[in-house]
Write a protein that binds this ligand. Structure first.
Ligand SMILES: NC(=O)c1ccc[n+]([C@@H]2O[C@H](COP(=O)([O-])OP(=O)(O)OC[C@H]3O[C@@H](n4cnc5c(N)ncnc54)[C@H](O)[C@@H]3O)[C@@H](O)[C@H]2O)c1
Length: 445
């Protein structure tokens, strides 16, 4: 496993839990030292438990010596980051760097698997790079693409219970090797840490063998489609506000049609995180590079960026002047059940509030320390009620259950003004008004 970030750790931990022997490496030596000391650098439900048990059982180990990790494995998963460049194109320099390391260190044949999200045709380049950098003429490299579809917050569950496992390969032996790696998951012969061995009966994961180009495209096409759905719901919400309809009534009814499906139709602050924003950008860029104008996706991206503007219009309308106001920000992570703040809408909210001279009191169950490093000027409270004390307004940015279940009667008594601007449509407008709140959300009156 090269890259011990979100995907690398979840993949490594789950494959170890499923019975494989896993060696992990990362360019970040501090991260490796922390892992070796029994620490877990990210917050993800169930991850700590399975990493601890795999380490105790000797099925997972960590080394900062990349060559050692490369030599230990027959199959090497590349899980490094592929961040966006200024122009939206995926930055593949970490993949190139890893290709050189693998080519130089390998002494035996390797199946090199792209787990990172990469644009179509990266596999072809990866194969060329491995051949070009290799010093041992008799070491054979095969390349495969195995895109990851896990969702942060439920990553371990998703890994053990996937809808599909996609493998893009060049030959049958690579497909067979990957099928063997995933056999415990396909046959459900692992001990599930999420359901403690009693997994609900569900449909079995499909194992799909495709070309490498198709596998790479499947990942970008899937994430971009989900992003489209979210932006579509946000435009419907805008329409609802202007016409006087309720977006939840509309999207609920839409979602009952199985051709549409109810998921990813939630209006609000829009999508963030390390996947959707950058994958949408990278897909638009890839399409443009081969002469396909992906207008529909560009529009989805634009709509998403406008969500923050629409949120601030509501904030300004309600609060008027922001300078000097005390504002509680509920939620910093880009979604619930993670400490990941990459491209989180809440960060933009905090940034704009601070720029305008508001006093920000933020709360999040897991993402405070990461946000504090970026915005030390704000005050942070683990307890949401402390963030709400004396606040002129509460801005809801992440759909954590602790916020969903807040006692607003209690909160109202602590706040200087009963004003809530809800970027995630967590509460009933009627109930909030009954409690004496001025309440604004997306696409609802
Ligand atoms: N986070 C998700 O939910 C998710 C889901 C599916 C796919 N992906 C994709 O997986 C990839 C990784 O995402 P992530 O969220 O795990 O990122 P991450 O930033 O959490 O982890 C990347 C890791 O790679 C390490 N790294 C970078 N360059 C390296 C090098 N040359 N050698 C060794 N290690 C190196 C970094 O130090 C870091 O620990 C991305 O392409 C992302 O799009 C992410």
């Amino acid at each position: 496993m090269i890259g011990c970030g979100y995907v690398g750790l979840v993949t490594g931990a789950c494959l170890a839990e499923a019975g494989h022997e896993v060696v992990c490496t990362d360019i970040d030596r501090e991260r490796i030292a922390k892992l070796n000391a029994g620490g877990v650098p990210i917050y993800e439900h169930h991850l700590e438990g399975i990493l601890t048990s795999a380490r105790k059982a000797g099925r997972i180990s960590y080394t900062a010596d990349t060559a050692e990790a490369i030599r230990a494995g027959d199959a090497i998963f590349i899980c490094v980051g592929t961040p966006p460049k200024e122009n939206g194109e995926a930055d593949l320099s970490a993949i190139d760097h890893v290709a050189r390391q693998i080519a130089e260190a390998a002494r035996s044949p390797k199946l090199v698997i792209e787990k990172s999200t990469v644009p179509a045709r990266t596999g072809i380049q990866l194969g060329r790079a491995l051949a070009a950098y290799s010093r041992e003429t008799n070491v054979r490299f095969r390349v495969a693409s195995n895109p990851e579809f896990l969702r942060e917050g439920t990553a371990v569950e998703d890994f053990f219970h996937p809808d599909r496992i996609v493998v893009g390969v060049e030959d049958e032996s690579s497909a067979a090797e990957l099928r063997e790696i995933y056999r415990p998951i396909l046959e459900r012969s692992f001990h599930c840490p999420v359901h403690n061995g009693a997994c609900p009966a569900g449909h079995k994961a499909e194992f799909l063998v495709t070309t490498i180009n198709s596998a790479e495209l499947i990942k970008h096409a899937s994430n971009s489609f989900l992003a489209l759905k979210i932006s579509y719901a946000n435009v419907i919400a805008d329409l609802c506000e202007r016409i006087g309809a309720d977006v939840e009534e509309v999207t609920h009814a839409m979602g009952l049609d199985p051709r549409i499906g109810g998921q990813f139709l939630r209006a609000g602050l829009g999508f963030g995180g390390f996947c959707f924003p950058k994958d949408v950008q990278a897909f638009i860029h890839l399409a443009g590079a081969v002469g396909v104008d992906f207008d529909i996706l560009k529009a989805a991206d634009r709509v998403n960026k406008q969500c923050i503007d629409r949120f601030f219009e509501k904030v300004r309308k309600a609060l008027w002047v922001l300078k000097g106001k005390q504002v509680a920000v509920l939620g910093l992570a880009f979604k619930a059940n993670t400490d990941d703040i990459r491209f989180a809408p809440a960060l933009e909210v905090v940034k704009r509030l601070l720029e305008e001279g508001a006093h920000v009191h933020a709360s999040d169950p897991e993402a405070i320390s990461r946000t504090k490093a970026l915005y030390p000027q704000a005050a942070y409270h683990r307890d949401a009620y402390e963030a709400l004390r004396s606040a002129d307004a509460a801005l809801v940015c992440t759909e954590w259950d602790v916020f969903r279940n807040l006692d607003w009667e209690r909160a109202g008594k602590l706040m200087a003004r009963r004003l809530v601007i809800d970027g995630r449509n967590l509460y009933s407008p009627q109930r909030m008004r009954e409690l004496g709140f001025e309440y604004y959300s997306f696409g609802r009156e």
